[in-house]
Design a protein around this ligand. Structure first.
Ligand code: G1P
Length: 233
């Protein structure tokens, strides 16, 4: 068992693209909407939607296409996309949880740490339920919790408060540029998830939680391990 540093007891996770591969379902639904509107939306561009709210994501796609919509039309199409997304995630199962996530969450809690899920998605609870992930989190905040969007740190500050911890006692795990910036803005330790080249602001990036142990993460954060685990691959 890893002896948790006195300094870190809180572990805050984004959902889409960090815990489960729902980012692909968001892309499929946004891509279908963009196609309906004749807006070109290659998958590389989806990086720019990561961590945006539903309405912000729609407005970004409209901007790319140089399209105008009334507020009523935006609400309608955001709802249409959401229905498509919900149909895609309705049949998710626990085997869509990313490799290593469950064992990492288990290890954190066996070591006395607390876990929080903080997502900008208003569908986060649905996804957690269908993948049987709810019991792994001490705190769950979905897209209805924070008023301000990333890179504002509100979503992570609310999670730290709910864990009864200071930001400096918490490590945030996020896969998006805006998520990394939000964590840094809030005074959190941050571990980027994915490719280091996509997360230039994250001092430390890991590809995911496969073969990842708590001691590795604490070394990365506190001993300033020179290599990110992605580099070590
Ligand atoms: C919203 C966006 C989605 C984004 C997610 C997390 O999810 O629609 O593109 O990835 O927030 O930032 P929703 O609330 O629609 O489930």
């Amino acid at each position: 068992m890893t002896d948790l540093s006195e300094k870190t007891k809180g572990f805050i996770f984004n959902l889409d693209g960090v815990i489960v591969d729902t980012a692909k379902y968001h892309y499929i639904a946004w891509r279908r909407l963009a196609d309906e509107m004749g807006v070109d939306f290659p998958i590389e561009q989806h990086e720019q939607l990561r961590s945006l709210s539903r309405m912000e994501s729609l407005e970004k796609i409209l901007e790319w296409g140089g399209l105008y919509m009334t507020e009523a039309e935006k609400l309608h199409w955001a709802d249409v996309k959401n229905n498509w997304y919900q149909a895609l995630v309705a049949n998710m199962t626990p085997d869509e949880v990313f490799p290593g996530v469950l064992s990492f969450l288990d290890e954190v809690r066996r070591s006395g740490g607390k876990t929080a899920l903080s997502s900008a998605s208003r569908n986060a609870r649905t996804v957690l339920k269908s993948t049987h992930l709810e019991p792994y989190f001490d705190v769950i905040l979905d897209g209805s919790a924070a008023r301000k969007s990333k890179p504002h740190p509100e979503c992570f500050l609310l999670a730290a408060t709910a864990l009864n911890m200071a930001p400096s006692e918490c490590i945030v795990f996020d896969d998006a540029v805006l998520g990394v910036q939000a964590a840094l803005n809030g005074g959190f330790h941050i571990i980027g998830i994915g490719k280091a080249e996509y997360l230039p602001d994250a001092e430390r990036v890991i590809p995911g939680f496969a073969d990842c142990h708590l001691a590795d993460i604490l070394d990365l954060v506190y001993k300033g391990a020179s290599l990110t685990m992605a580099d070590a691959e």
